[in-house]
Design a protein around this ligand. Structure first.
Ligand code: ASP
Length: 314
């Protein structure tokens, strides 16, 4: 049997061991493990990388700990506006949505855009109309109400700042974390895929959209190079076209996945001032989980290896 593998993230940022209770750490690890195992099960049964990344991201979207789906942060107007994208490395098909509300699993809507529309990217009201047409169930506002997220909005409003999930002065004991969830996978057929989903920034205004739904910035997949899902300060990730940059270094310069990730995450982004990280896989099953922040919720499992879970830098 050919090998398969999956890697996921649940956000990056100033995540310090000294600020984490063991109970909270356990909950995060359980959330990551459940998502990896959901994707791994698909892959072990010969399923596609696309199904695996969608399912892993759905599991993270359903978990209120992560800034996506149920745990999505609040906008300035007290709404949950979510962004997501998915890409199939087999044929470079992609789907994305932004500014969507009342959809339980935005990642599945982005997949519907890819598979059932002639477009790549739908936003706001139009995306909602498409969701209705595709018979996506309406999920009421109460489902997305998470007290901690609402408190974060109040504190961001007080300081009139737009906050990337838990930023420095957050209620989470000074923890600074970029939210967002994502997954990349390789299936036994040799195909790779990537998926990313987020609530974006607390207190965001004016229809702000980050890198997560932007193909080439927050998400990219190409069987010939790599599949990437990013998390971090979206404005920088958009301007640095992070995911596609890694793919280009591999395609045009012949760099390995590791070397390409290192240049983009630990050199270019650092110089640029873009904090965050990403998960990456290539068609040989190599996995990289680079980040230039203090920590990144992350995990991976290869068919011939143990489950790995990580939060901090060490
Ligand atoms: N990259 C996301 C954005 O800018 C945020 C994050 O990763 O937490 O919307």
């Amino acid at each position: 049997m050919k090998q398969h593998a999956i890697a996921i993230h649940g956000g990056a940022g100033t995540i310090l061991r000294s600020l984490m209770s063991s109970e909270k750490e356990r909950s995060y690890k359980k959330g990551l493990e459940d998502a990896i195992l959901a994707g791994d099960k698909i892959l072990s049964n010969g399923g596609s990388a696309l199904d695996a990344v969608e399912l892993a991201v759905r599991a993270l979207e359903d978990n209120p700990l992560f800034n996506a789906g149920k745990g999505a942060v609040f906008t300035n107007e007290g709404k949950n506006e979510m962004d997501a994208s998915i890409m199939d490395g087999r044929n470079l098909m992609a789907g994305a949505v932004s500014g969507i509300q009342n959809i339980k699993n935005p990642i599945s809507l982005s997949r519907a855009v890819m598979e059932k529309s002639e477009h790549v990217y739908l936003s706001g009201l139009g995306a909602k109309q498409f969701a209705d047409k595709m018979k996506f169930e309406y999920t009421p506002d109460e489902y997305f109400y998470v007290q901690q997220r609402f408190d974060q909005l109040q504190s961001a409003k007080e300081s009139d700042t737009m906050v990337l999930d838990h930023t420095g002065d957050s209620l989470e004991h000074g923890e600074k974390k970029f939210g967002t969830v994502g997954a990349v996978a390789l299936d036994v057929h040799g195909n790779i895929a990537a998926a990313t989903s987020t609530g974006g920034m607390t207190n965001k205004k004016f229809g702000r959209v980050g890198d997560s739904p932007i193909i080439g910035a927050g998400t990219y997949a190409n069987n010939n190079t790599c599949a990437i899902s990013c998390t971090g300060h979206g404005e920088f990730f958009i301007r640095a076209v992070v995911a596609y940059d890694i793919s280009c270094l591999m395609e045009y310069k012949g760099l390995s996945l590791k070397a390409a990730c290192d240049i983009v995450v630990n050199q270019k982004l650092v110089t640029f001032g873009g904090e965050g990280g990403l998960v990456a896989i290539d068609a040989k099953g190599n996995i990289e989980l680079p980040f230039n922040s203090e920590g990144m919720y992350r995990g991976m499992k290869k068919s011939d290896g143990e489950l790995y879970l990580g939060i901090y830098k060490d």
